[in-house]
Design a protein around this ligand. Structure first.
Ligand SMILES: NC(=O)c1ccc[n+]([C@@H]2O[C@H](COP(=O)([O-])OP(=O)(O)OC[C@H]3O[C@@H](n4cnc5c(N)ncnc54)[C@H](OP(=O)(O)O)[C@@H]3O)[C@@H](O)[C@H]2O)c1
Length: 288
């Protein structure tokens, strides 16, 4: 069967991004999870400075034997980094390099991130724009290939546009059937910004799906609830970032190509949207 969902999408930077990534937030066995994911075909890992596991991502890549240059690795700068985002990016590159090579310096042309995001819009307009300018400078110097934001509402991205700066290639937000972030998704589509879906599995708390729609679609299609959620995201052109520490779950969560959720079941899942009330995390998209 030809799949309507490609395994890679193209960012406005021109670089390709694999359409499923392994999330590593609160992953207490991060290196092992990364190694397992690469063994089972993932080529994309989503980390952050705040997760304190950039080095563990490098350790996991090294143990897998997979060439780093074939992978797509993301990290994020917290708002406390926005006064000097470029230095934060350099530190993150050193963290990853330490995991990969056991040394932090000197940095060479093979030391880079595929994607770096501003993690959240905390701190107000001036700070956000300063953080964004620093990230653009890191991109100009080749430290990162693509740049983006996370937890940004349309108004935060409008600030960037109004300042005449390059727009983000990506916006990473909480996104699943119960919180479909429609205003953000619409804005991003209009501006060719790829939307990454975090907490795509609702942290496996389905209490908001009172009628058990997610599980009933899974039962009908003879797949798991996690696969339904990842595939739902893909069929909406999002890039989901499921997290697990268990090899078998990691493997099955990404077996989401070559089959599809029929239109009538997509409609049942789409009907679960509760907007902000469906959020699992506290997401800062409405911050001033
Ligand atoms: N930008 C941001 O502000 C932000 C915020 C939150 C998350 N994120 C990113 O998005 C990633 C994913 O989000 P998330 O970690 O919040 O939540 P998630 O991926 O929705 O859910 C992870 C939870 O689901 C469990 N799980 C995974 N697969 C399972 C399966 N097949 N069966 C049963 N349980 C399963 C995991 O347990 P086990 O690990 O025990 O399997 C874990 O407790 C993060 O890791 C991070 O990379 C970004």
């Amino acid at each position: 069967m030809t799949d309507s969902v490609p395994k890679e999408a193209t960012l406005t930077s021109g670089y390709k991004i694999p359409t499923v990534g392994l999330g590593v937030y609160q992953n207490t066995h991060c290196a092992q999870a990364v190694t397992a994911a690469l063994k089972h075909g993932y080529t994309h890992v989503d980390s952050a400075r705040l997760y304190h596991n950039e080095t563990q991502v490098g350790v996991g890549i090294k143990a897998s034997g997979v060439d780093r240059s074939t992978l797509f690795i993301t990290s994020k700068a917290g708002s406390n980094d926005f006064d000097d985002t470029e230095s934060a990016v350099l530190d993150s590159i050193q963290n990853l390099k330490y995991g990969l090579e056991g040394t932090r310096e000197p940095l060479g042309s093979s030391d880079y991130y595929d994607l770096f995001l501003l993690h959240s819009p905390h701190g107000g307009k001036e700070k956000r724009l300063k953080g964004w300018r620093g990230l653009l400078e890191a991109k100009r110097k080749g430290l990162v290939r693509s740049v983006g934001v996370s937890n940004y509402g349309p108004k935060h991205i409008e600030e960037i546009r109004e300042a005449g700066l390059e727009l983000p290639a990506v916006n990473q937000v909480e996104l699943h059937p119960l919180d479909q972030q429609k205003p953000i998704v619409e804005y991003c589509k209009k501006h060719n910004i790829l939307v990454q879906a975090y907490t795509p599995l609702l942290r496996f708390n389905f209490s908001g799906d009172k009628n058990g729609v997610i599980q009933s679609v899974a039962d009908k299609l003879q797949v798991t609830a996690a696969q339904v959620l990842v595939r739902w995201s893909l069929q909406h052109d999002f890039v989901p970032l499921p997290k697990s520490e268990h090899e078998e779950r990691i493997k099955v969560n990404a077996q989401v190509y070559g089959w599809e959720i029929p239109a009538e079941d997509m409609a049942r899942l789409d009907a679960l949207d509760k907007g902000d009330e469906g959020a699992v995390t506290w997401n800062p998209i409405h911050l001033d």
